[in-house]
Design a protein around this ligand. Structure first.
Ligand SMILES: [Zn+2]
Length: 295
């Protein structure tokens, strides 16, 4: 990897790989790759052209960065994803911490970097259209990748504490069931790089919201919420998302959890808790191979 950045991992079980292609450093799940018909990645700060606190791979047009730089960053990501993909193939969320999920069709192609998003308040996307690249924005909040290898359908959601409390991952699996006939027991899911439980201190207000969504037994037994003597809590979003996916019918052995935390790796990744508002955005990307092209 370039820039000699060492990666701090949260687990001895290595679930991700950090790779470089054309100077772009990115993170993948080998457990998704082995499915064969999926292209995916999670971006890092490295390999883009943005300057200052956006450096260098910022993928947000709305945080004040130069749009020409962001365009170039997307172009580089499209290159890494391969198969002749371009800016025309991305479809991005319009995130406002909801649990709303959009069914993405051919008509949506390019909405994000290339065309105006004619929707708001969308934190999750599902599709069965090959070649379209679903994209969600991140800087501590987890992405959840959902793949149905039987019906060849995918879902990608932004699951911050509000989305996780509202179980957006479970809702995406259910919506894929309605739209594509997806069975939860067929799905492979991955919770992407984001803030780990040891790094994520929250107050009584957020803890209260979680105690409404999950039972006391679930919060304790699944290690979702750990009280601290200072009146604060540690919130383990990865465990909460995992539980809600299991509740949706996803098999535990088909849920892959990241071993890389954004806050533990601020030189590699943007972290809201470390960088505050002066930062760029990372993105998760998920796409079904377009078999008509094999570059
Ligand atoms: Zn951490």
């Amino acid at each position: 990897m370039n820039n000699n950045i060492s990666i701090k991992r949260c687990s001895d079980i290595k679930t991700t790989e950090v790779r470089e292609k054309n100077g772009v450093t990115y993170i993948v799940f080998p457990g998704i790759e082995k499915l064969g018909f999926i292209d995916h990645l999670f971006s890092t700060r490295l390999g883009g052209v943005s300057g200052g606190h956006y450096s260098t791979m910022n993928l947000s047009y709305t945080r004040g960065d130069d749009a020409a730089c962001v365009n170039e960053n997307y172009r580089r990501i499209a290159d890494v994803l391969g198969h002749g993909r371009t800016l025309d193939d991305f479809v991005c969320t319009f995130q406002t911490h909801t649990t709303n999920i959009r069914t993405v069709t051919e008509d949506d192609r390019g909405k994000g970097p290339k065309r105006v998003r004619d929707y708001t308040d969308i934190d999750g996307l599902i599709t069965n259209v090959p070649g379209i690249i679903l994209g969600t924005f991140h800087a501590d909040c987890p992405p959840v990748y959902i793949i149905d290898p039987v019906k060849k359908a995918i879902g990608l959601v932004h699951s911050g504490w509000k989305g996780t409390q509202g179980q957006i991952g479970k809702k995406a699996v259910e919506k894929m069931g309605l739209e594509y006939g997806t069975r939860a027991s067929d799905c492979v899911c991955a919770i992407g790089p984001s803030i780990c439980g040891d790094c994520y201190e929250i107050g009584e207000d957020v803890a209260l919201e979680f105690s409404k969504a999950f039972t006391k037994e679930e919060l304790d037994n699944e290690k979702i919420l750990i009280p601290y003597p200072n009146g604060k809590y540690r919130l383990f979003l990865w465990n909460a998302i995992k539980l809600s996916l299991k509740n949706a019918g996803v098999m535990e052995e088909n849920i892959i959890v990241t071993d890389i935390c954004t806050k533990c790796n601020p030189d590699l990744l943007f972290s809201h808790r470390v960088h505050g508002e002066k930062r760029g955005n990372l993105m998760a990307f998920l796409s079904i191979n377009d078999k008509t092209s094999n570059s």
